[in-house]
Design a protein around this ligand. Sequence first.
Ligand SMILES: [Zn+2]
Length: 468
Amino acid sequence: MQTVYNTYTLEKERFTPIEEGKVRFYLCGPTVYNYIHIGNARSSAAFDTIRKYLEWRGYSVDFVSNFTDLGDKVIAQGEKEGLSEEEVADKYADAFLADVAALNIAPATTRPRATQYMEEMVAFVEKLMAQGQAYEVNGDVYFRTDQFKNYAVLSHQNMAELKKNAAGRLDNEDQEEKENDTDFALWKKEERPDVTSWPSPWGPGRPGWHLECSVMIDSLLGDTIDIHAGGIDLAFPHHTNELAQSESYHDERFVNYWLHNGFVNVNDEKMSKSLGNFVTIHDLLADDNIDPQGLRYFLSKTHYRRPVAYSRERLDQAQQEVDKIYRTMRALAKAAGPAGELDSTTGAQLQLLDERFMAAMDDDFNVENALTVVFEGLTLANRTLQEKKNQKTFALLREKLVTWLHIFGLDDFEEKRSLSKKAQAILEERAAARKEKDFEKSDELRDQLKEMGILVKDGRDGQSIEWM
Ligand SMILES: [Zn+2]
């Protein structure tokens, strides 16, 4: 039985999609105003792994994830860089797509942009107003939270507590015009002449952030979807507000399973602007000593609900596991072929591993247990290679490992890191030293490379390298 943990009920539930064989999946995407940090990438990587497992399980997954391409952050970044809002959104949407592609995160089935859905958003708000669930004050429109029976249910908060906290938010200048402190904006008036606004029956303005996701889900996936995912920090208020407005709009269930991923800590501290420990994927990928697939593997190897503890040391440790995977997969690729008869013992062992892999992933995507199985599969492969079994047996081992590794974003088993200029120079110096038979110097340079994590081997064709 396949189970997923639902934030709505705080329980692992049996996974049954609305339509047999199909999963309607929505992941809240980024606001495109800056390079994404490792926390954003973790969310993308974790849900890509879940999506790929569902595909491995035979589901066709309709995976929709948006770009928020408007709002205060986009406007402020435009002022900083001397760009229009659209230019900012284009620049960082492209950067996001390049980053996630480097991490072998599959493209979304549909990647809508909020600004493409303005008419639908206005119509959505009009209907809520007609139903008495929203009200206008001076060009702003608010959702009437008191009209919705289960407002705080997703975040498991107490309504009285929530009201007290909302009342305490003194920084919000619009607080006074609301009927209730917990009411939230569906539409905000925009009167600044140099800022983009859209027409509406309440005057020019912009949609609230929560409204975007509700409307894009309604337009692209339907009234009720199977999985709605995002970081745990989105459960309140973002997903709470999406749920309230969508269920008021349709008067039926919005989402069957709410999945939320945990945070990323950097060097055992919470990542925050004030601590100055923001790690962007853009910067990590610019480092020649970082293998993008190794980074992807690092982000996927922790269960999606648990926090990921990032440090360069832990990333390097994960890389050692990836290097082991590369070595075995390259050896298997070399040895695999059509000849011979499948070794039945190996076949049976592989079958058992496959069943255990599925049982682990069926248990709310328990990647830790699934990776234990993957490494047992690699050990089996290495043992089989030593025993010099036939090509067909190697081909089967390889085929199975390829399908498992794909779920963790590992698709290409060639070395992905390139040598830094410094390492390149040392290698050249060493080649020259060997030519002059200065073995003392050559050994010294070999040790230097070793300290950089590079293993040099001398063969008939000269030096070859391997990452440690
Ligand atoms: Zn959202």
